[in-house]
Design a protein around this ligand. Structure first.
Ligand code: HEM
Length: 426
């Protein structure tokens, strides 16, 4: 990620800072697997306490965890200057995000007001610290498509967290205002603003760089984030808008998502070196799931019985959160962690080529392939379990937990190699 010219080693945060986020994230996927295996309720209806806890194990425990770590690493490159107080920001936001996610999940599962309150306080602290630091970098950042995407993603994160906190306090009974439309706005900004726009923003830079493809069309990378953010902001006022306008806004958002997915697949098919690559496979699979999630949404517009079924929102969630977001993020981890291990080792030891492992040797290729297959099996089982939760929740949960455990093992093996060759953590 720091292969851009101009980034000195001194500007990169120590390896241990992003790494703590990357190694904590799979633990929440393991927790998600256990939750699914323990009860069919997690996949029976979107509003069960277990389904809400599961959603946030994915969105906060895995996705936000990796995204915060990756942004701390990328912002100095994107903005051209380090994030202020990086060490403090990384340590504090990592602890608060880990504990806050666990507390919010406990709040959903138990309904206890204290757990909700602890979750809200810790998560507000985690994101406030991170967003304040990221904002300093992003304000200074030169105009480029990735910085632009990150700006809109971080603005969406602000709305997501604020609305989420208000909804959690409402559920805890600490407050009893009316929040019409807040839930839909929280979900829209969270999934399409924060997760999707950040993935797209990062993709503008890393897909051509790591997968050796031609660049994205500048018109797409320049406009997509701003247009989608504007549509999301209008969509948040849905209770005040006539229904056809809401459908139009949704169609615009779906079109933006499809444009990104199809362009990414097209660029990947035109890559310059056609060598097998696990990140590429993860990304292609992620894009196929993203397209499938839009198809599931389209079907719901045409077929009201499908839209009203309890399976529809769960399938949408499984395809978008697991099939798309978890896949591209896991694929990126398989590039970022070996790259950082190699980068820090090289810089610390001033090693000659051949004396330290190269990027490809940091994690065993066969283990990554096996883990990818388990990941594919997990998605298939999760989709089937949405249709038959009682029959399939146990295998779906167990395979998810195994796949996440293997992801953790693979990432840890890069750390082991790094330490064996004398790498320092801070
Ligand atoms: C930052 C990333 C986040 C994302 C992507 C996200 C996503 C979601 C999604 C998709 C749902 C709907 C779940 C379903 O339909 O089963 C949801 C619901 C909810 N989220 Fe989040 N969330 C995030 C952060 C937060 C935070 C930080 C909090 C609290 C501090 C929170 C509190 C809630 C609550 C209370 C609900 C239930 C909504 C209701 O009662 O109507 N979320 N979230």
């Amino acid at each position: 990620m720091n292969t851009q010219p101009g980034l000195a080693f001194e500007q990169a945060p120590p390896f241990s800072l992003p790494l703590r986020f990357f190694l904590t994230a799979p633990l929440f996927l393991i927790a998600a697997g256990i939750l699914i295996a323990l009860t069919p309720d997690a996949l029976a209806s979107r509003w069960t306490p277990q389904a809400l806890a599961l959603t946030h194990a994915f969105t906060l425990g895995f996705l936000a965890m990796v995204m915060l770590g990756a942004m701390l690493q990328m912002l100095p490159v994107v903005a051209g200057s380090p994030v202020p107080a990086t060490r403090l920001v990384a340590r504090a936001s990592h602890i608060a995000l880990s504990l806050g996610t666990a507390a919010l999940m406990a709040g959903f599962l138990s309904g206890a007001a204290r757990a909700y309150a602890a979750g809200v306080v810790l998560l507000l602290a985690a994101f406030a610290i991170f967003i304040a630091a990221a904002a300093v970098s992003l304000v200074r950042a030169a105009a480029n498509a990735t910085a632009n995407g990150m700006r809109f993603a971080v603005m969406s994160l602000v709305f997501t967290v604020a609305l989420g906190a208000a909804l959690a306090l409402l559920r805890a009974g600490w407050w009893n205002g009316s929040l019409e439309g807040a839930s839909a706005a929280h979900i829209g900004f969270g999934l399409l603003g924060w997760i999707f726009l950040l993935v797209a923003g990062v993709a503008w830079q890393v897909v051509p760089m790591f997968q050796m493809t031609p660049p994205y069309p500048p018109r797409l990378s320049r406009w997509l984030a701003g247009v989608m953010f504007a549509l999301l902001a209008l969509r948040a006022a849905a209770p005040l808008l006539p229904h056809p306008v809401v459908i139009l806004l949704d169609a615009g958002l779906a079109a933006g998502v499809l444009m990104f997915a199809f362009h990414t697949l097209d660029l990947q098919s035109r890559r310059r070196r056609k060598l097998p690559d696990i990140t590429l496979d993860y990304w292609r699979f992620g894009m196929a799931s993203l397209i499938a999630s839009v198809l599931a949404w389209m079907l719901a517009q045409l077929w009201p019985a499908w839209a009203d079924s309890s399976a529809y929102p769960l399938l949408l969630g499984v395809l978008f959160l697991f099939g798309f977001a978890v896949s591209v993020v896991a694929g990126m981890l398989y590039k970022i962690v070996p790259f950082l291990a190699w980068f820090h080792l090289q810089a610390q030891l001033q090693a000659k080529a051949g004396t330290i492992p190269n990027m490809k040797q940091m994690i065993d290729e066969k283990s990554m392939r096996l883990q990818f297959r388990l990941h594919l099996a997990t998605l298939a089982l999760l989709i089937a379990a949405v249709a038959w939760p009682a029959a399939l929740h146990v295998p779906a949960g167990i395979v998810l937990a195994l796949s996440a455990l293997m992801l953790l093992g693979n990432l840890s093996s890069a750390l082991r190699r790094y330490l064996q060759h004398g790498g320092q953590l801070s």
